[in-house]
Write a new protein. Structure first.
Ligand SMILES: NC(=O)c1ccc[n+]([C@@H]2O[C@H](COP(=O)([O-])OP(=O)(O)OC[C@H]3O[C@@H](n4cnc5c(N)ncnc54)[C@H](O)[C@@H]3O)[C@@H](O)[C@H]2O)c1
Length: 359
């Protein structure tokens, strides 16, 4: 495709698919021409709101539309592989929701399929676009924090299981619990800000204390409880990653746990010359960053004045640039695969109850 054109896109999924619709609606070089999803009423309502001419039920109908050059995939995790492979086979570029897939083997097939077809494969790690994250990334890159020797990444919910008995709590469909759902976001944020150091080993544990008792449902969310369905994934995961350069990262992720956190995520970095802490309560976009340093031996705390940024708009902008102008995409499917490899290693370490070498 040549520069100056607009890309015609289709969105598959009417849940988190909404974030993609909002992102494309803000993107002048994209035109949303189709939406697919199984909830007919909700999808029609979204189509009306965003002025989308074609609404399909199954994703295969959307992929058969030759006018569509690129698709966003926001379906349950077990469908990422079949939908992405079918999309590139139909000649579409793909932006897939996180996690890339349930496991590394699936992710590898997706990356290989996109490469063989010469199509863009991007992933929605939209939190890289946050102002606090960008500032810390910049500070690390210019050496202001010195050598980063430890990081802490967490996403803790007190009562935030997205649908007890839904696909989220089904191991086969989701691939895991809060680690693969929420942990993957903060793991990506931390590794990206740190400059992607190489992981040497992983030691982890997972627990399922509240979910199996039918407690810990996300209150006030769009998800409902399906009673009587087994809870098959963890509700809390903790991991320690060791890097080849000697640094370490502590990762915690919960959907439900007896904790003072409501719905909070963040990343903090300890460096030889300075530190940084991002602490986000209930998805706040401002007042979330502190930078630690010193002036003549006196400790300092700097709190930058942050600007709120929309969620998926940056990701979609980068995706459209990749599709229309051939700009290398980041975060890419390959980066999504690297994260899934780590998630898989964390689950394996927890299962085997020991530290395991990575790669
Ligand atoms: N980046 C983020 O912050 C973020 C937030 C929420 C969810 N997600 C990801 O988005 C994905 C979807 O999660 P969700 O919360 O929207 O789940 P959801 O259950 O609310 O929505 C899934 C959607 O997929 C559709 N779907 C399922 N099978 C289909 C088919 N054969 N054809 C067409 N549509 C089909 C459903 O109809 C539904 O609209 C997951 O991978 C999740 O991890 C990402």
């Amino acid at each position: 495709m040549e520069s100056g054109q607009r890309v015609r896109v289709g969105v598959i999924g009417c849940g988190a698919g909404l974030f993609h619709l909002e992102g494309y609606a803000e993107e002048p070089r994209a035109e949303i021409v189709a939406l697919a999803g199984l909830e007919t009423d909700r999808c029609r309502e979204l189509a009306e709101r965003f002025g989308i001419p074609n609404v399909y039920r199954d994703y295969t109908e959307l992929l058969a539309n030759p006018a569509i050059a690129a698709v966003s995939i926001a379906v349950p995790n077990h469908l990422h592989l079949p939908v992405a492979v079918a999309a590139v086979a139909a000649g579409k570029h793909v932006l897939v929701e996180k996690p890339l897939a349930r496991n590394a083997a699936e992710g590898e097939q997706m990356v290989a399929a996109a490469e063989a077809a010469g199509k863009v494969l991007a992933i929605a790690f939209q939190r890289r676009g946050r102002h606090d994250v960008r500032i810390v990334k910049g500070e690390v890159e210019r050496g202001a924090l010195g050598r980063i020797y430890h990081a802490k990444a967490y996403w803790m919910r007190r009562s935030g299981i997205p649908g007890l008995g839904s696909w989220f709590t089904n191991k086969e469909q989701a691939g895991g619990g809060p680690l693969i759902d929420l942990g993957v976001h903060v793991l990506d944020m931390a590794l990206w800000m740190m400059g992607n150091p190489k992981v040497q080993s992983v030691s982890a544990a997972t627990y399922a204390e509240l979910g199996p008792r039918g407690t810990g449902q996300w209150q006030g969310s769009r998800f409902t409880i399906a009673p009587g369905v087994a809870y098959e994934v963890e509700d809390f995961a903790t991991a320690l990653l060791r890097f080849e350069d000697g640094a370490t990262l502590q990762l915690d992720a919960s959907w439900a746990a007896y904790t003072g956190h409501t719905d909070e995520f963040g990343v903090s970095l300890l460096g030889s010359k300075g530190g940084a802490a991002i602490d986000v309560k209930d998805y706040a976009q401002t007042g979330t960053l502190r930078l630690f340093g010193e002036i003549d031996g006196t400790p300092t705390v700097t709190e930058p004045r942050l600007v709120p940024r929309t969620g998926h708009a940056d990701i979609i902008h980068g995706f459209v640039d990749a599709v229309l102008d051939g700009v290398p995409v980041s975060p890419s499917g390959v980066e999504g695969l690297e994260r899934v490899r780590l998630i898989e290693a964390i689950y394996r370490s927890a299962e085997e109850g020991r530290e395991i070498a990575f790669r």
